[in-house]
Structure formats: structure tokens, C-alpha cells
Design a protein around this ligand. Structure first.
Ligand SMILES: Cc1cc2nc3c(=O)[nH]c(=O)nc-3n(C[C@H](O)[C@H](O)[C@H](O)COP(=O)(O)OP(=O)(O)OC[C@H]3O[C@@H](n4cnc5c(N)ncnc54)[C@H](O)[C@@H]3O)c2cc1C
Ligand code: SF4
Length: 322
């Protein structure tokens, strides 16, 4: 059933018809709507949700067994190893499982679940690269927050494209618009990027049943502040579930196509080209950014991180001409 249809992808843009779910989700809540729908079926009694653990000052994965347990919290820009978590908890999975994971984990998870003969529905997303938890902690330091004082935080969700929301123990709420400094600086610096992401050529998880993304297109960027998801249906199972959701009016969609996808996800689609053509620069950069003393200096302030960005530009220029 989960045979991959390499040649016949369907593209759509749409949202959950449950307004609260759509609002709370990262984009249009398609990922949450699919999880909720499948968890209500006897064939899929298990899923994985992410929740903020204030003691660990980070997001943690959790197995769930009913739609009421889904924590709709938007995209979590924190490197979470869903495959290892699943491996450790595989005996607890009841019936089938629906889950979301980064593109680089789809095959590992599909192989594990197939081996264990556990029915599964896998969603993935377009991925510009993960950030280690230390990246988020550096962000708190740059904006002058003590991480132990945070009761909850979200990177996305509650409108589109929204941004980082932090709730402190003293009742104060902090909000920074999506992809603005200092998060943008931390992201661009690549200092908190897992090494595998530096060399990654994947735009999305084409081997997932469904792949989710933001519709970064002019008409959505200028008119939509609630949210829509641009998504690809990659397998027959994906197509079957998608048709059920559409027929049951759980989602509201319009047809899209590869050209719109390529426009909305231009940077991700260029990853293969970028990595191939800049491999010497990336290797040199990765030799430098994981050196302890270098990291300590350049992550010490916004000023030093900006100098690091200038150094990156210089390095790229030097290695381009070789
Ligand atoms: C690290 C990361 C990088 C991304 N980069 C891009 C990008 O470059 N371009 C782009 O268009 N979109 C990107 N996305 C995807 C985008 O942010 C949304 O996930 C997508 O638009 C789906 O929206 P939705 O409202 O349908 O999903 P929702 O209804 O919000 O459901 C999303 C599902 O993903 C799960 N999830 C969230 N974070 C993680 C995580 N870290 N690991 C595993 N599961 C997770 C949630 O638990 C939820 O089940 C990225 C997402 C992540 C997590
Ligand atoms: S950028 Fe690539 S390696 Fe990094 S999390 Fe995304 S899919 Fe995985």
C-alpha cells in the first residue's frame, strides 16, 4: 500500500476546516488534521506529539494514543531524533502509527516499522536545516532571557507566519516575528546546525506519504494571516487518506503544481545545486565551526556572530575561485 509513486506526485494548497487547529498549527494545520483523523481510526491508535518540557528547557517527543492528546504547537526548530525515540518505545506502539519526521529520517523509520510489521503513515516537511537546542539557548541569551524562567515557548503557530512566542514564569509574554533577528542571525551563522545538515541536498521527504510546507507565494504572503499548507501527496496510501479527508470535509484545498512548489520552495530546491557547487567551501567551514574555541568566541555576542558571518562570506569567495 505504501509503494512510492515516484512519477505521480499531487500538489495541493489548503487548510484544516477546524479553525482553531488551523490557527494553532504552523501553516494550515494539514499535518495536525491528518494526525487527528488517523488517530480516530482503529488502524492507527498511536502517534508522536511534541511538548515543551520547562525542566529540560526544550521540546521532547511523547507517544500518544488519542486525538485529544495532540499538542498543536507548530514547527519545532530543534533537532529531535524521532527515529531513536521510536526505536526505544517500539513495544508501546498500539495498532498502526501516524507520525511526522524530518526528511532524513523517513527511510530509517519506514524500514523499522516495516520490519516490525507495524502499519504506518509518515509525514515529512520541507527542510531548510535543523538547529541544535544550544541554538535556542543562545537565542535566549541574545535577547536577555534566563531559560529556567520559561514556562512555554513556540517557534511557530497561532497565525501565519507568526513567530517565536515565549511565556515567562512572571506572566510576561515575548513575541518575535518569524525569521527576524537574532534567530535569523543564528540560523544563517550555521553555528548550531548539525553537521549532516550542512551537506544535505534534500528539499523535502519525497518518500514520506505526505510532505508539508509553507506556501511562500505572493498571494499567501500578502493576504493570509491564518495559514495554509502547501503539500505533496507521494504515495497511494497518502492519496487514499487525502481523499478521505477531502470527502469528509476535514480539509479545504485547491490544486497546486510543481511550478508553484518550486517557486515557494526555491531555496530548498537549490540545496542540491548549492551543496554540489560549494562542497570545498562547506567542508572548510565545517572544519572551522565545530572547533571549540572558535565557537566560544563567535557565539559570545551578536557582534562577534556578525563578524563570523562576514568571515563566512570571505571563505565562500576564496573557495569559489579554486
Ligand atoms: C526543522 C524544520 C524546518 C522546516 N523548514 C521549512 C522550510 O524551509 N520551508 C517550508 O516551507 N517549510 C519548512 N518547514 C515546515 C513548515 O514549518 C511546516 O511544518 C509545514 O508548513 C506544515 O504545516 P502544517 O500547519 O500543515 O503542520 P502542523 O499541523 O503544524 O503539523 C506539523 C507536524 O509536524 C510535527 N513537527 C514539528 N516540528 C517537528 C520536528 N522538529 N520534528 C518532527 N516533527 C515535527 C508536529 O508535531 C506536527 O505533528 C520546516 C519544519 C521544520 C520542523
Ligand atoms: S536539512 Fe537535511 S539533514 Fe538536516 S534535518 Fe533537514 S533533512 Fe535532515
Amino acid at each position: 500500500m505504501t509503494e512510492i509513486l515516484n512519477n505521480s506526485l499531487d500538489y495541493y494548497i489548503g487548510h484544516s476546516t477546524n479553525f482553531e487547529e488551523r490557527m494553532k498549527a504552523s501553516s494550515g494545520g494539514i499535518g495536525s488534521a491528518i494526525t487527528r483523523y488517523l488517530l480516530s481510526k482503529t488502524e492507527f491508535k498511536t502517534s508522536i506529539t511534541l511538548f515543551y518540557d520547562s525542566k529540560k528547557c526544550s521540546y521532547q517527543p511523547k507517544l500518544i494514543f488519542s486525538p485529544n492528546e495532540i499538542n498543536v504547537c507548530g514547527s519545532v526548530y530543534q533537532d529531535i531524533d524521532i527515529a531513536t525515540f521510536l526505536k526505544k518505545n517500539i513495544e508501546k506502539v498500539k495498532s498502526g502509527i501516524v507520525l511526522t519526521c524530518p526528511p532524513c529520517q523517513v527511510s530509517i523509520i519506514r524500514n523499522l516499522l516495516s520490519e516490525k510489521k507495524i502499519p504506518h503513515f509518515i509525514m515529512s516537511f520541507c527542510c531548510s536545516g535543523q538547529t541544535t537546542i544550544e541554538g535556542t539557548w543562545c537565542y535566549y541569551r541574545f535577547i536577555g532571557i534566563d531559560k529556567t524562567q520559561i514556562v512555554n515557548m513556540q517557534y511557530r503557530g497561532n497565525g501565519w507566519p507568526s513567530g517565536i512566542q515565549i511565556k515567562l514564569k512572571n506572566g510576561k509574554n515575548i513575541f518575535y516575528k518569524n525569521y527576524t533577528n537574532p534567530w535569523k542571525l543564528i540560523h544563517q551563522s550555521l553555528l548550531f546546525r548539525p553537521k549532516r545538515c550542512l551537506f544535505c541536498k534534500r528539499d523535502t521527504g519525497h518518500n514520506a506519504d505526505i510532505s508539508l510546507a509553507d506556501p511562500w507565494l505572493d498571494e499567501y504572503k500578502s493576504n493570509d494571516n491564518v495559514g495554509n499548507t502547501l503539500f505533496m501527496v507521494n504515495t497511494e496510501l497518502g492519496r487514499l487518506i487525502f481523499n478521505n479527508l477531502k470527502n469528509d470535509k476535514i480539509i479545504d484545498i485547491v490544486k497546486s503544481n510543481y511550478d508553484e512548489y518550486a517557486k515557494a520552495q526555491y531555496t530548498n530546491i537549490q540545496k542540491e545545486f548549492f551543496v554540489t557547487n560549494n562542497i570545498k567551501y562547506i567542508k572548510k567551514l565545517s572544519d572551522i565551526i565545530y572547533i571549540k574555541w572558535y565557537r566560544k568566541i563567535v557565539t559570545s555576542s551578536i557582534f562577534s556572530m556578525n563578524i563570523h558571518i562576514k568571515f563566512m562570506h570571505l571563505l565562500k569567495f576564496m573557495y569559489k575561485s579554486r
